[in-house]
Every structure is written in C-alpha cells, then in structure tokens.
Design a protein around this ligand. Structure first.
Ligand code: GLY
Length: 344
C-alpha cells in the first residue's frame, strides 16, 4: 500500500498485523484499507464528531451517544441489532470514526458481532491516535467500573488523520499532549522536536512495538501505564475537573519524584520530566483540595496494581513495573507534586 504524504507504521502482531497510516488527510485513504471481500461497511460515529468518510463501497452511518454512559453493553446490543437489521454479514466490516470512546465501543461490537468482523479505525483525537486506537483493547463500562467488559480485537487498519486534530477544542488537544509526554520516557526521546505528524507516528511506533512484544498484557505492556497510577486516583469519581492526559502529566512527574526517592533516577531525569510536561503547557501539581490519604488508599485499589502497590517507574533499565512498599516514600513524592517544591 502506498499513500504519498502519509507515514505507515506496522503493528506486528503475527497474522493479525496491520498498518497504521498517519498524516494530514489520512481519512481519505479509507477505501484503500477496507478488507477486499467486504460488500458493505457499518460506519460507527458520534453526532459531535462531524467527520464524513468514504469507504468506497455501500455504507451506512450508525450514531452512538456522547459521554461515558454511551460506553455500555446496551450500546453494543443496539449496534449489533442495527447491524442485523441492515444486513451486515461476517464478510463485511465496521469502521469507527471518532476518539477512544468510539473506537473502544465499535471495536468491541465488531469483536462480538458474528463472533468477529474486521474493524477499521479512523481516529480523530490525539489521545485516540497515540493510545486507544492502537493495540487491540476494546471494551465498555459496567455500573461497577470502567472498561470491565471487553475483548482484545486487533483492527484491520488504523488511520490517524492529523489534519482533523486542528478542529479539536484546545483542552482536548492539550489532554492528548499529556499522554504524548509519556512516550518521551518510553524511548521517544525529544519528541517535541518533531512535527505533530512525525510525533504521532513515533508514538504509534513505540506503542506498536510494546503491543507486539506483549499483546495480552502479561508483562511489558504494563509500561504503557507510566504515569497512570496517580492519574487514575485523581480521575476516580470525577472528583476534579481533570482530563485524562492532564492527570497523566501530573502522574508522570509524580512517578519521576517517586523513582528519584527510590534511587532509580537522578535529579536531572526528574527535571527532564518536569521540562517535558511544562513544554506541553500542562500542570505538574495535584489539584488544590486533593486529600493525600485518599490518594494513597486509591493507589492500592487501582486495577493495574498487581501485588501491593505496583508502580511503573523509570530507572537504569528504562521504565518497568516496581513494587513500592514504603508508604512514607509515596507520601514524600506526593508532597513534591502538591506544592511544587520539586526535588527535596
Ligand atoms: N492503554 C494502554 C494499553 O493499550 O495497553
């Protein structure tokens, strides 16, 4: 497949390997990546996305609701029933057009419809392009918690259209930058020196390599949660007005302060975390009113905690899961992101 002007990154997951095309106007390559045998395509999107795509064959648009409540099993049932009514068959395909919520929902519907139909993602948010659309995690929420029901279902292809990122509200784009900042410390280096298209492609390449090494998250894939333990604690119950990437940015600096206190990284490396987060105009302190006791309690409840409080931390061997048993260190690092005192 050649698409001039687009960067192609392969996610190498054996016989389910797929191309990710990154660049301005990538959505216009959709017809090129639809599975050959598909006769028709169910396009799943949200009303607010407002991006039309042309799969080049018979298609119909299915609109799902907005917000986390649309990420539910009842949306999956609605979609699958509508697919049946329209006559979508096993040989056809689903196309998701939107951010992480749309790709998670449409991907899960595709994974269970007729026990699995191909899905192509046209990812329209920065957060989606560098995370949710890559790696095959799909799923929905239950009233008991987020992403509790899902499947690993690799897409057939992913289109990351950097042109549409210009239409995102500034705070949504900023949130994506918080997730992007994470990749600086997963081998990305000085990503901020690249243009946006190259930066997205670099993040896709890093995530793709991690997923290729550990598709089902038995080990190394956990490093993609760098900065996420504090972020999840801050996001729980929506207690603060924080977007995901904003919370991750604070979580990255917290992880650096923690890693430093555990002797894993030096002050220069902590300063590099602070520099990168500041370069993306993101805050590095927990919101005013955060309760340290509550945060420490939430750490051990985080679903990514495997045995005690397992953090993903930077160190001499790079970023890796580390069991942290000393609560005083957790608190000291928290103080460093509470009052901006930095390294002490
Ligand atoms: N969002 C982390 C992962 O895909 O594993």
């Amino acid at each position: 497949m050649t698409n001039p002007g687009l960067i192609e990154v392969e996610v190498a997951v054996g016989d389910r390997s797929y191309p990710t095309l990154v660049g301005d106007g990538a959505r216009h390559a959709l017809a090129d990546v639809i599975p050959e045998r598909a006769r028709r395509v169910a396009v799943v999107t949200q009303a607010a996305i407002g991006i039309e795509v042309d799969p080049g064959i018979d298609h119909r648009v299915f609109v799902i609701g907005e917000g986390e409540q649309a990420k539910s099993l009842s949306t999956i049932e609605d979609l699958c029933r509508q697919f049946v009514s329209w006559g979508l068959t096993r040989g056809d395909a689903v196309v998701a057009v939107g951010g992480g919520l749309v790709t998670d929902v449409a991907g899960f519907a595709a994974s269970v419809y007729h026990r699995g139909v191909p899905v192509v993602y046209v990812s329209t948010t920065l957060l989606g392009q560098i995370d949710a659309a890559i790696g095959g995690k799909t799923g929905v929420n239950l009233p008991e918690g987020k992403n509790l029901v899902g499947a690993f279902w690799q897409p057939h292809a992913v289109l990351c259209d950097t042109e549409v990122l210009a239409t995102l509200p500034p705070r949504e784009l900023g949130s994506g930058m918080g997730e992007l900042a994470k990749y600086h410390f997963l081998g990305g280096g000085n990503l901020d020196r690249l243009d946006l298209c190259e930066r997205v492609a670099a993040c896709v390449r890093i995530k793709g390599e991690v997923v290729a090494a550990d598709e089902r998250e038995g080990g190394i894939r956990a490093i993609l949660n760098y900065g996420h333990t504090l972020a999840h604690a801050l996001e729980i119950d929506g207690a603060f007005d924080l977007r995901h990437g904003e919370a991750v940015a604070i979580g990255l600096v917290y992880a650096a302060e923690l890693g430093h206190r555990l002797g894993r990284i030096d002050e220069t490396r902590v300063a590099e975390h602070r520099r990168v987060v500041a370069a993306y105009d993101l805050a590095a302190t927990v919101p005013a009113g955060s309760d340290p006791d509550h945060i420490i309690e939430l750490f051990s409840r985080d679903k990514k905690a495997i045995d005690g409080v397992t953090f993903v931390l930077d160190g001499p061997n790079g970023v890796e899961p580390v069991l942290v048993e000393d609560e005083a260190v957790l608190r000291a690092a928290l103080a460093a992101v509470t009052n901006n005192e930095g390294i002490s």
